[in-house]
Ligand binder design. Structure first.
Ligand code: 2B7
Length: 657
């Protein structure tokens, strides 16, 4: 990865050619993620300019020709010649690897760049790129292209094809960068407006006051969204708790700076039973946590325990409450800025800088202590302590109950008999569990499946809403118990992925509102109690077809209304059968349409955007019915659901066996 790539290598590979040769080293992948990474690199520069106090607005535009541009109203990229290199600031930034980036000077204090690459990488991976700098009443422009040289038979990426040109006078100030991702590099070059809007909104929360707009000109109807949150991460927390019952109206805000580490916290308590802490480092989500989260958690535990003793809620003889108890019902955003972030872990989502722990701990301890000492806050503080004491009692009771259950081996025995139809294959990596809504569809799935690798677990009725139950109630629910037992991973702090018996856990529910609700409940359960299962990409949603088109040339299944239109566009006499539920299909049809790995459509559920998932869960599962109904009718599911293509050549249709 980028870490092992030293400046020595760069010299050997000379400039931007190196980026072309190994794009993955700089942007991770050449798939959708990598494509968007290009945009984030440019947006990062605009954000830096804004956070530094020179720009107030950023506009991202998706153009009809497939290119993308970013505007900020900052100082404009410098155009004067570099004293020793003899080229303009623009040329330097866009053609020299790492200029101004990770290895360069730090004109900006805290750089984000997950891979430490800059604008030059974007240029290297683009067909063309233009930079307009509006500075000192002058509009400057320069254009770069990836050009093929017939003499040396080589592609030269990111070459200047114009001089730095004085376009004319201007009253504007700012920078406009427009680029066209090269389809020779990327598997897919179409930007996803939703992904971009979501990230821009996140950036708007994390950088309070900055106005960030997205203008999508690629759609039939041009669309524009604009985000600006003067309350910053406090607004973000409010957004996430919007449909929960909050204990207090205003999120608690704590911030400070220590040893060059800037730290901001916003937190709010609700009547939920789970905790939702989201952390960021230099605007990058740290989904795997790290030193800063550890510091935050220990400060919280320490401060509240001290406060509980000082106010007499905890007696001398009492043991301290555990951190978990103080985090029950907590929704929090922790955002820090640090000079040389070290991202570690499987998805580079964990902060490794050990110095972040004591710094964050000190800042939060100091600020939270001040907050608790303020008499204005005494009532809320008391409520939080009370709630935490209750939580500790319940947790202790649940732990005892679980121990008893474990001793009786209850989780392994009775409820499953006759429900789960396991598969014959013994390799968990090849096996999948189909969780099927309803007994009748469950029956068809059992008959239609390939029993060598497909296990079926039918669900009777609706499992209870995991969002609103305590762990002991979830554990006593038969539907959830059978899922936990079938998967073999256990839950929460006992969760152990190595016990997983199925590589894919596939939810099969009807394509109606009830089906959507059941799906949402199951996803919530996985998200809350087996988050790693979701994070590691084991959870999928099976998509049953909506229609069967019968025609003399053969029958065809349509999975969307769009497909139906396409399939029937040139047909003369045909009939359309609409499927309302999985139960309407016979075993063979169910296999063909929804279970056969070669033909089915699966969506992989990911939790890249935990905060967004959090908001959607509270919408889907919360007490307020109206927003939920609206949401379900508008969207299919929570979180980011990616379409997923798969190939499993070993599987045979049930009918042919
Ligand atoms: C580290 C490099 C990339 N840069 C500057 C100054 C302003 C500035 C930029 C920018 C993205 C798309 C619109 C500094 C910093 C280069 O040096 S980059 N604005 N905006 C940007 O790229 N937006 C700058 C000191 C004095 N004057 C200008």
């Amino acid at each position: 990865m980028a870490q092992t790539y030293t400046s020595k290598n760069i010299e050997v590979l000379e400039g931007l050619e190196a980026v072309r040769m190994r794009p993955g080293m700089y942007i991770g992948t050449t798939g959708m993620r990598g494509l968007h990474h290009l945009l984030w690199e440019i947006v990062d520069n605009a954000i830096d300019e804004a956070v530094d106090g020179h720009a107030t607005e950023i506009i991202v535009t998706l153009h009809k020709d497939g290119s993308c541009s970013v505007w900020d109203d900052g100082r404009g990229v410098p155009v004067d010649k570099h004293p020793t290199l003899g080229i303009s600031g623009i040329e330097l930034i866009y053609t020299k690897l790492h200029a101004g980036g990770k290895f360069g000077h730090d004109s900006y204090g805290y750089s984000g760049g997950l891979h430490g690459v800059g604008a030059s990488v974007v240029n290297a991976l683009s067909k063309w790129l233009t930079v307009d700098s509006f500075r000192d009443w002058t509009h400057w422009q320069m254009r770069f292209e990836s050009v093929y040289d017939s003499k040396d038979k080589k592609l030269h990426p990111g070459k200047p094809v114009t001089d730095l040109t004085r376009v004319g006078n201007t009253r504007k100030r700012g920078t406009l960068v427009r680029f066209m991702p090269d389809e020779a590099v990327f598997e897919e070059t179409r930007f996803n407006g939703e992904v971009i809007a979501r990230r821009l909104r996140e950036l708007a929360y994390l950088n309070s006051g900055v106005r960030i707009a997205l203008s999508d000109e690629t759609a039939a109807e041009p669309q524009r969204v604009e985000y600006q949150f003067d309350g910053g991460i406090a607004d973000y927390v409010r957004y996430m708790t919007a449909d929960k019952v909050a204990m207090h109206k205003e999120p608690i805000v704590l911030d400070g700076k220590k040893d060059d580490i800037l730290c901001q916290v916003a937190m709010q308590y609700t009547d939920a039973y789970t905790e939702s802490v989201f952390s960021y480092v230099n605007n990058i989500p740290t989904v795997e946590g790290g030193a800063h989260e550890v510091g935050f958690r220990s400060a919280l535990t320490k401060c509240f325990n001290e406060y509980a003793r000082r106010t007499g809620a905890l007696k001398e003889k009492d043991a301290n409450l555990s951190g978990e108890d103080f985090r029950e019902g907590l929704t929090a955003v922790l955002a820090i800025k640090i000079k040389n972030p070290q991202f570690e872990g499987q998805t580079k989502g964990r902060l490794g800088n050990t110095e972040a722990r004591p710094a964050v701990e000190a800042i939060v301890t100091q600020r939270l202590t001040e907050y608790l000492e303020d008499l204005k806050n005494a009532e809320l503080a008391g409520q939080i302590i009370e709630k935490s004491v209750r939580s500790a009692k319940v947790r202790e009771a649940a732990r005892k109950a679980r121990e008893v259950a474990r001793a009786r081996n209850e989780l392994e025995a009775a409820p499953l008999v006759g429900k789960l139809s396991s598969c014959t294959g013994r390799n968990p990596q090849e096996n999948e569990l189909l969780i099927v809504e309803g007994d009748s569809a469950g029956g068809s799935a059992k008959q239609g499946r390939d029993r060598r690798f497909q296990a079926v677990l039918p669900l009777r009725g609706k499992p209870l809403n995991a969002e609103k139950k305590r762990i002991d109630q979830v554990l006593s629910n038969e539907e959830f118990r059978s899922i936990i037992t079938a998967l073999g991973t256990n839950i929460e702090e006992d969760f152990d992925l190595s016990g997983l018996k199925y590589d894919k856990v596939i939810i099969l529910s009807d394509a109606d509102q009830d089906g959507a609700h059941i799906r949402a409940i199951l996803l919530t359960f996985f998200f809350r109690y087996m988050r790693e299962l979701v994070a590691k990409g084991h959870v999928y949603i099976g998509m049953p077809p909506l229609y069967l088109v019968r025609h003399s040339s053969g029958d065809r299944y349509a999975y969307t209304d769009k497909e139906l239109k396409e399939y029937t566009a040139n047909l003369k006499s045909y009939t359309v059968q609409r499927y309302k539920g999985l139960g309407e299909m016979n075993p063979e049809q169910l296999w063909e349409t929804t279970m056969d790995p070669a033909r089915r459509k699966l969506m992989q559920v990911t939790v890249e955007d935990g905060a967004e998932a959090e908001h959607m869960i509270s919408l889907l599962m919360g007490d307020k019915v109206e927003p939920r109904r609206e949401y379900i009718t508008k969207h299919a599911d929570f979180s980011r659901v990616d379409t997923f293509d798969e190939k499993r050549p070993t599987a045979q249709p049930a009918a042919s066996r």
